[in-house]
Design a protein. Structure first.
Ligand code: AKB
Length: 321
């Protein structure tokens, strides 16, 4: 996208205060300018820097969304408001309501008001116990058994439907667990892989709620943000998947990440709790993901391996905490 085209874009991000939204919004502000990225969430963030635009918005309030769309006339919507897997199991009805009706509100308003381009994230949670666990392909048996995974799979079918039926240019990736140091995640099954770094710096030890050999797909935030923007910039004609692209980064277990941390912090200690409900969710998910379609269609390529990610996390957290 050239600079003139980029400057014409205006983005409304819904659910911008979470782990991914806060970093994606920062990258989009650099790309499009602060005045062209409107962030919104159910509560204001701790700080709103000069020149940034924030609006309080509940994604279940359809008329509230309409008012913001009419006020700012965005060309793109990023819908990140969702309840994640672990919290979803505590509040299944609320998770379904937020994840499905929030999406439907945005899709219906986009059709009505002619906003074509939308980003909506799916998740590796769309896979289930009968999906292949290793190198999980784009297309396979999908039988998610968490309410979050069920809502994301239903969402994938909806976004493809709205693309086919109404011509919306909705783009999506199935995020694995995202690792970041600026904002801590909340309510997910993969959160241990972020908390372990914070606690390594704060306490020198960590009790993992997942067992030592639970392998899950993860991705470093820098790669996740870059990949998301690359997908949104890709020519529409190159996209063959209108549900959601598999996206892979690094797969590792709590034991492997602890070993990598010990190379930098030799006194770091890890222990494991038992009977955590998040273990069953993790056991139903893939261990590794095949993302050939994303590589082929829009040039996706992750850059951080476990070593590079661990070094970057620990050096940033040492300065931050
Ligand atoms: C979660 O653990 O619920 C999320 C996800 C993989 O979508 N991080």
């Amino acid at each position: 996208m050239n600079i003139i085209a980029a400057m014409k874009e205006c983005i409304l991000m819904i659910g911008a205060n979470g782990q991914i939204g806060s970093e994606l919004a920062a990258a989009l502000r650099v790309k499009f300018g602060k005045a062209n990225v409107i962030t919104s969430d159910i509560r204001p963030p701790k700080e709103i820097a000069e020149g940034e635009i924030f609006e309080t918005l509940n994604v279940l309030d359809k008329e509230g969304i309409r008012a913001l769309l009419e006020k700012y006339k965005p060309t793109q919507i990023y819908l990140l408001a969702a309840m994640l897997s672990a919290t979803g199991e505590q509040y299944p009805q609320k998770a379904w309501d937020l994840n499905m009706n929030g999406l439907l509100n945005v899709l219906d308003l986009a059709v009505e008001l002619g906003i074509k381009k939308i980003f909506w994230p799916s998740s590796i949670a769309v896979f289930g116990p009968h999906s292949p666990k290793i190198d999980t392909p784009q297309y396979c048996v999908m039988d998610p058994n968490s309410i979050y995974g069920i809502s994301k799979l239903a969402g994938e079918r909806l976004v493809e439907y709205y693309h086919n039926r109404y011509g919306l240019d909705i783009r999506s990736v199935r995020y694995p667990g995202i690792i970041s140091w600026r904002t801590e995640p909340g309510g997910g099954t993969t959160d241990y892989a972020v908390h372990i770094f914070f606690e390594a710096i704060r306490q020198g030890k960590y009790t993992s709620f997942l067992s030592e050999n639970t392998e899950l797909p993860m991705l470093y935030m820098d790669d996740a943000v870059r990949g998301t923007i690359e997908l949104m910039d890709a020519p529409e004609s190159s996209l063959n998947i209108r549900s959601s692209y598999n996206l892979a980064g690094i797969s590792f277990t709590p034991k492997q990440i602890a070993e990598e941390i010990k190379k930098i912090l030799p006194n770091f200690e890890i222990s494991y709790s038992e009977n955590d409900p998040r273990q069953a969710i993790a056991d139903s998910w893939p261990k590794s993901i095949n993302d050939d379609e994303a590589r082929k269609d829009w040039g996706w390529k992750p850059t951080f391996d476990l070593k590079a990610m661990t070094e970057d996390m620990l050096s940033n957290l040492k300065s931050k905490l």
